[in-house]
Design a protein around this ligand. Structure first.
Ligand code: ATP
Length: 646
């Protein structure tokens, strides 16, 4: 390692930020300081100890399942508050290697070599951008497309979603052994077992099950979860949780299997994890749980052959021992189990993560995935083949799953690596609107205000941050779980999140909406009651956040309040904020005449009028509201103090 000069890391999108940080630190620790390239002119160690590192990959492909995505925007670009806490230091360090300088330069490959099918490449591109078009979605499903001028043959070739289990294309040779690409390991494990059974039936060859032998360590034996039923359950868990060894491994002669571990790294054989082959033969006594050895003939194996085995490309696979933990999610893992099993799995299904980087002869896709699955699943799974004819989609899928837009992190990272200027202030304003707290006067991000206070700010009124309300003991931030879709501001031409807009201005048509910071810059307003344009000082602060037809100057407000109730056709006083506006309330005609609570302005319409620590009595005859602080964890009182006494 002391003489290494180059390090090449492929599929960088799947390397997690924490692992990259650990690798970088390790290199600096092990490479001797005597190496001239390790230290810079100033004497400090260079990143990666001065090695030349080449990263290859595409950040618009799948992110790592855990450990932090390198292409996620680092915390320092998101926060308005200098010195705010970084959630995971190691993860942040790994990200910064890419975002702040050590990675210099980027080379972009723009030509597609794997697939020359123009239409399929167009579909893959749309999936990559998270903008699958309606037309292509309809073609994939074989649905009619308006004004389609394609030939019947072309349209048929574009229908990749199968019509059902009887679809003739499933009987084609290439799809009989084709691998199914799925989104998670549970689905992969189940499909592998089902298709192994199906293979043994269609090939008329007996299916045998190799059952893993699990030996629990003493600490594991002492916990309750180590009884007989649990051991049977372990055999059903998928192999990623159990040391990459299957619990029940179906085996049949001629069945397609893949390695779950690196077996032989010699350059002629390269029997690495994921390498597929067919079961050639085995040595397996009738009553044994496991075979003594399974011989696998590997695909594209060249001409090597082992001594004692005549047929080229055949390799003996023996059972191996691997350790796994019952408490794998804990930091200090204690409950160790040792499993003995063959390092093989049926090669009929793989996760999209495992497929990334591979070129496959034919694939079966399941695109009807959970909405939490990363949007890039589609592009990774669909781009493994050379022609559209090599893909079949197993069931219909909704278009919205792949039309949720592309992740912003990879695009911004690419801009940064290209050396382009990124407007970080604009980025922060669009995603993390901020405001000054009325009490401490510090500019805080919107999640530092509770919902009620932020609603005040959205209506251009004063708001107090959570820290000033609760002190150091209370929560400093609230959890934001709203819609993160961006809305276009007609004034500053930026796409911003909903929280950056006054609630009232969101009722306007698209193209007329104005964000809060643009609304605050308005210097003159026109009163809808007297039609005169006056400086903004002549209006209440909240008027800048209202649509033109609701704006009323202070003079007209005072006049309106002196008028009799009957004249309220042209103005109203909001029940929640007690401000008089021109026009009619946001509520529908029927409600506003009868129910004064419904008489709310567009800023207050969906805001709860519930006070902090306010409760409504459960007693149907009482329904009284009372205020009482009920700490978390204590028994919740559902009846008011008076009903409790009764
Ligand atoms: N210069 C080339 N000439 C001909 N074919 C090529 C060339 N480069 C790549 N290919 C073909 O494209 C296939 C995919 O290439 P490669 O694995 O390098 O792509 P990739 O960019 O890593 O894709 P991904 O990251 O999506 O897996 C190769 O298996 C090869 O068949």
């Amino acid at each position: 390692m002391a003489y290494w000069r180059w390090l090449i890391i492929d599929e960088i999108s799947m390397v997690n930020a924490r692992l990259l940080a650990q690798a970088e630190a390790r290199l600096r620790a092990v490479i001797p300081s005597a190496n001239a390239w390790k230290t810079a002119v100033g004497g400090e160690a260079r990143p990666f100890a001065g090695l030349n590192v080449i990263f290859t990959g595409d950040f618009h492909q799948l992110p790592p399942p855990e450990g932090g995505y390198i292409a996620d925007v680092p915390a320092r670009f998101k926060s308005h508050e200098p010195g705010s806490k970084v959630p995971d230091v190691l993860m942040n360090y790994g990200r910064e290697l890419f975002w702040s300088g050590p990675v210099q330069g980027v080379v972009e490959l723009t030509e597609r070599e794997r697939c020359k099918d123009e239409w399929w490449n167009e579909v893959v591109d749309e999936l990559r951008r998270g903008q699958l078009s309606e037309v292509n979605w309809r073609y994939l499903h074989g649905l009619p497309v308006e004004n389609c001028k394609l030939s019947a043959a072309e349209r048929a070739s574009r229908q990749r979603v199968i019509t059902g289990p009887d679809d003739e294309r499933l009987q084609m040779d290439r799809f009989k052994h084709a691998v199914a690409i799925v989104s998670n390991n549970d689905a992969r494990y189940q499909i592998n077992k089902d298709r192994a059974r199906w293979y043994s039936q269609t090939a008329c060859t007996p299916l045998r099950w190799a059952a893993a032998i699990d030996k629990a360590s003493t600490p594991a034996l002492q916990v309750d979860a180590c009884d007989k039923e649990s051991k049977i359950r372990w055999l059903q868990d998928h192999d990623r949780d159990t040391g990459d060894l299957c619990g029940m491994l179906p085996l049949a002669l001629g069945m397609r299997v893949a390695l779950t571990d690196h077996l032989d790294r010699s350059p002629d054989k390269l029997l690495l994890r994921g390498r597929a082959g067919y079961i050639h033969s085995w040595v397996w006594e009738e009553n044994d749980r496991l075979p003594q050895v399974v011989y696998v003939k590997f695909e594209n194996s060249g001409h090597w052959s082992l001594s004692g085995i005549d047929e080229p490309g055949v390799y003996p696979i023996y059972p191996v021992k691997r350790q796994w933990h019952l408490d794998a999610k804990r930091k200090q893992k204690l409950l160790k189990v040792t499993r003995t099993q063959l390092p093989l799995t049926p090669a009929y299904a793989m996760t999209a993560h495992a497929s990334q980087g591979k070129t496959l002869r034919a694939v079966l896709l399941d695109l009807n995935v959970d909405k939490r699955v990363d949007g890039t699943f589609g592009t990774v799974a669909a781009s493994r083949v050379r022609h559209r004819e090599d893909v079949l989609i197993l069931r219909p899928f909704p278009r919205w799953l792949f039309s949720r837009g592309e992740a912003e992190g990879p695009t911004l990272l690419l801009q940064t690596l290209r050396g382009e200027e990124v407007d970080w202030k604009n980025y922060r304003d669009a995603r993390f609107p901020s405001a000054a707290c009325e009490k401490c006067k510090q500019v805080r991000c919107f999640d530092a205000f509770d919902h009620k206070q932020w609603e005040n700010i959205r209506a251009n009124r004063a708001g107090i941050c959570m820290q000033c309300i609760h002190g150091d003991d209370g929560p400093a931030k609230r959890k934001i779980s709203g819609n993160r879709a961006k809305i276009f501001c007609a004034e500053c031409h930026a796409h911003k999140i909903e929280d950056a807009f006054p609630r009232a201005l969101l009722t306007l048509d698209a193209g007329q909406k104005r964000c809060l910071s643009c609304a605050q810059q308005v210097r003159a307003l026109t009163c809808a009651a007297c039609s005169s344009t006056k400086p903004v000082e002549k209006f209440q602060a909240t008027m800048v956040t209202m649509p033109a037809e609701s704006i009323m100057c202070q003079h007209c407000q005072a006049e309106a309040r002196d008028l009799p109730r009957q004249s309220r056709e042209r103005w109203f006083t909001c029940f929640a904020c007690n401000i008089t506006y021109a026009g009619r309330p946001y509520q529908d005609e029927k409600a506003w005449g009868k129910n004064q609570r419904a008489r709310r302005c567009a800023n207050c319409v969906s805001r709860s009028s519930r006070q902090e620590d306010e409760h409504t009595c459960r007693n149907a005859k009482c329904k009284r509201k009372w205020q009482e602080h009920q700490p978390k964890g204590s028994k919740r009182q559902r009846y008011c103090p008076e009903c409790r006494r009764k």
